[in-house]
Design a binder for this molecule. Sequence first.
Ligand SMILES: Nc1nc2c(c(=O)[nH]1)N[C@H]1C(S)=C(S)[C@@H](COP(=O)(O)OP(=O)(O)OC[C@H]3O[C@@H](n4cnc5c(N)ncnc54)[C@H](O)[C@@H]3O)O[C@H]1N2
Ligand code: MOO
Length: 444
Amino acid sequence: MAGHSTSPTSSVPDRVSVETHIERLRKVLEPALRTRQTEHLPLDPQSGNGDQAVTAGRISASEVIAPVPLPGFDNSQMDGFALRCEDVVDLGHSFSLPLAGTVPAGTAAPNLPAGHCVAIMTGAPIPSGADVVVPVEKTARGFDVLDAMERGGEVPVHFTGIGAEDLLPGRFIRRAGSDVAVGEVVLQSQEELTAAKMGLLAACGIAQVDVLERVRTLVMATGRELRRPGEPLGSGGLYDANAPLIRAVCQGFGHTVRTAMIASDVSADFQAALEGLLVEHHPHLIITAGGISAGAYEVVRQALAERGVQFGSVTQQPGGPQGWGKLEHPGGSAAVVALPGNPVSCAVSLETLLRPALVSLDPGCPAQRRIWVDVGEDLSSPLGVRQFRRVELRAHDDAVPTAVPIGGASSHLLGHLARAQALLELREEDTEVPQGTRREAILL
Ligand SMILES: Nc1nc2c(c(=O)[nH]1)N[C@H]1C(S)=C(S)[C@@H](COP(=O)(O)OP(=O)(O)OC[C@H]3O[C@@H](n4cnc5c(N)ncnc54)[C@H](O)[C@@H]3O)O[C@H]1N2
Ligand code: MOO
């Protein structure tokens, strides 16, 4: 019958460790991710065509050098009065200086006549000749003197409570280039754009940056039992949970995702759908779900084994059966990650296998978050398998949280996964795990 399994032409009989499989994924992902192109995008959406602007989390494709210093000029850190230390250093705690003018922010720096002071606002350029700013709080009348100055005549500013520390040259002056010097690298190649980096680039007057294009991921959920929302389930049908689940995870990895549902177990149907999607989406990564284990109608395995994709097993549960490889297509070369069909197996595999492999290759992919927990009840686990159990976390003040299992280990229990806060990791050597045992957990 069509789609009935023959022995896969490319299979690996052994069961390998989680770490070995992560390394296998790295090997297929690395060349595919290396083919990513550069996009030249504006920092400000208003200056380009709206949503085409760069966003935080993107990865730079080239170094950016500061074309200007930051601060751009010597300026005041305080609202106050700029003066010359040597004019007043011998005058004691209180003294007066005639006011020579005022400098708001955004104006040119005036000259400071000897023996005078100039009112200055935060961020305004330091008058040439001045070497200190005394905050307005240390004067008798504050900025009321500016009104008096406008009315004409010489206006004295009375400084009070002045100590030696107030008259150290450079006090409250932000020097040009003290934050960033001209020629300094403000963004490295392959660095993640954070909000602060974007602010820094903008402060340097940079309008556009080169970023790596996002990883384009094609997700294909397979199985003749699959239905879309609204379709009648019929006998043996079920709604596709995997495509939306995998899409959401991959979007969290920073990918641009196209999903497809292939409700067939016929290899030719899968192949035809794949060809169309390759041309349309030019993926760097293809993730399939279902059709890879020991059944008689393993559509993904049949279709991809003959194209060199390998299938094997990893000593973890859920997520034991796995496929990995490369696929050449008109737009380039894609890595293939074939996941088992059970939704929890997909979710766990993405977290324990694909994320660690991607993190080592793509600075935009957030790392796994691990914590220590105390196991909340007696558990058992098969020897030689790293078992991931869905758990709720109970916090205790200043103590390690308790991981309380939600349901059993089976990989169809999606409702339980959706309630879980973490995946408790039971080790390969664990068989009986008494309550209170300390183990690691991966936060979801
Ligand atoms: N004889 C053996 N049987 C199985 C083995 C084995 O080693 N020997 N491994 C089991 C394990 S572990 C897993 S995991 C599954 C993986 O099987 P497949 O990758 O071939 O997945 P399917 O058979 O297509 O589906 C498994 C299960 O998941 C449901 N499913 C599939 N796709 C979706 C979807 N998009 N949304 C919701 N649910 C989906 C499907 O209906 C099946 O119930 O194999 C075991 N069997
Ligand atoms: O490996 Mo399967 O993913 O346990 O159910």
